[in-house]
Ligand binder design. Structure first.
Ligand code: PLP
Length: 438
């Protein structure tokens, strides 16, 4: 049950107020790095910033550039730094494990791997206890789709337009907002209408959008599907909270069609939404497969797929192997992150401070016509910018100006959405009201 704003004030620990003297930096300058990056690390993402920062150090919700200037990280390494940059407990666990044994594989036993798998399972509904570790969210989702196909014997997968699930073959194909740009077409992937209360054709009527999933099954498949994959709140897609009632309605449709329900918790998991530890809990459903990454490692490259022992049987040594999946340094980091979230009461903090930020952002709508919508939960928040609220024409050109201006003010923020006009606020969960400027 979500804590009420008032109840939780006492539960929220006062986040430590610290002053940090940045370590002197003698490395190459930002302009030198940018010049070399253009040659050796060409990026297809386009300019996020006209002048990207050279970040050299991180401390909880702050990062520091080459000149020792401090920035509030309101993007959290793209919703990845959950308990804070270089959280002392995570650093200690990672360093200790690195000193002891940096790598092993599933061919051998190691307690750091088993301990984290057990701790993860304990945070999930009882039937979800079989864990497979991966190195990223993409791999976790690829594996989940493969498991669904192997277990059901069916091929068709349904995802939602505007969801984001990764950048390998099946996951990119399931990511409708991008796949056409990269020509990643795979048979048997279907994109359902986006249940977006702000821009969607059926407004907030979740059941009407769910009917589209039934139509896809009726008209586009043999009547059975391997599975359905969705985020409880679409992150990259522009922090879209799915229309109420949508996921429970889709859940029954998918079950009737013999498919598995895959909850992509890469952004919504690990307490980020504040009211619940997992995004799917808000919807009152128990998925067959849960996929994780980003925040579970606080920056360590680790992902996971968690499912039931029965479903897990489809994977064997002969059809699945990952060299790095379940690396002990990453799992040691993961366990330390989980413990830090519990110890520092970061889920409650995300709820209270996140609600506060959302309220303050919503109140800005009175003054600023450019704000079309404020949405999200906990520390997964979005502000959609429009030219005017009537037409909802995306205010795209303003985005770069805003992110640059905020950077100059010492705040790093994200952007996203199909039209690229949504400011994304996904700070480390230790963000305070003071950080929010309130
Ligand atoms: N799923 C969701 C919901 C994501 O937001 C992302 C990345 O942004 C992914 C999957 C892919 O994760 P990764 O970038 O670790 O491969």
């Amino acid at each position: 049950i979500a804590p009420s704003n008032e109840d939780s004030v006492d539960l929220v620990p006062k986040m430590p107020h610290f002053s940090h003297t940045p370590t002197p930096y003698n490395g190459p300058s930002a302009s030198d790095l940018l010049k070399r990056r253009k040659v050796y690390l060409p990026t297809c993402l386009g300019p996020f910033y006209t002048h990207p920062l050279n970040l050299v150090e991180g401390k909880m919700q702050y990062v520091f550039d080459e000149n020792g200037r401090r920035y509030l990280d309101a993007f959290g390494g793209i919703a990845t730094v959950s308990c804070g940059h270089c959280h002392p407990d995570v650093v200690e666990a990672t360093v200790n494990q690195t000193r002891l044994l940096q790598h092993t594989t599933v061919l051998y036993l190691n307690h750091a791997v088993v301990d984290f798998a057990e701790a993860l399972a304990a945070k999930l509904p009882r039937e979800l206890e079989a864990v497979f570790f991966t190195n990223s969210g993409t791999e976790a989702n690829e594996l989940a789709l493969m498991i669904a196909r192997l277990y059901t014997g069916y091929h068709d997968i349904i995802s939602i337009r505007n969801g984001y699930h990764g950048n390998a073959t099946s996951t990119m194909a399931a990511t409708a907002q991008f796949f056409h740009k990269f020509n990643v077409v795979q048979t048997g992937i279907h994109h359902a209408l986006n249940p977006d209360p702000y821009r969607g054709v059926f407004g907030s009527d979740g059941v009407k959008y769910a009917n589209d999933v039934q139509d896809i099954i009726d008209y586009g498949t043999c009547g059975h599907v391997a599975g359905f994959i969705a985020e409880a709140i679409q992150g990259v897609g522009g922090v879209i909270e799915l229309a109420p009632g949508y996921l429970p309605a889709v859940y029954s449709i998918i079950k009737k069609a013999g498919g598995l329900f895959i909850a992509d918790e890469v952004q919504t998991g690990f307490g980020r939404t504040g009211s619940h530890f997992w995004g799917f809990e808000e919807q009152g459903i128990v998925p067959d497969i849960v996929t994780l990454a980003k925040g579970i490692g606080n920056g360590a490259p680790i992902g996971a797929v968690v499912t039931t022992p029965e479903i897990a049987k489809v994977l064997t040594y002969s059809n699945y192997f990952s060299t790095f999946g379940g690396n002990p340094v990453c799992t040691a980091a993961g366990l330390a992150v989980l413990r830090a979230i519990e110890k520092d009461k970061l889920q409650y903090n995300a709820f209270v401070v996140g609600s506060y930020i959302k309220e303050r952002l919503s109140s800005l709508m009175e003054k600023h016509e450019i704000i079309g919508d404020v949405r999200g939960r906990g520390m997964l928040l979005g502000v959609e910018l429009v030219q005017d609220r009537q037409s909802k024409t995306p205010a795209k050109s303003e985005m770069l100006k805003i992110t640059e201006h905020m950077k100059d003010m010492g705040v790093l923020i994200g952007k996203g959405g199909f039209h690229g006009n949504v400011l994304r606020i996904t700070p480390p969960l230790c963000f305070t009201k003071e950080d929010a400027g309130c």
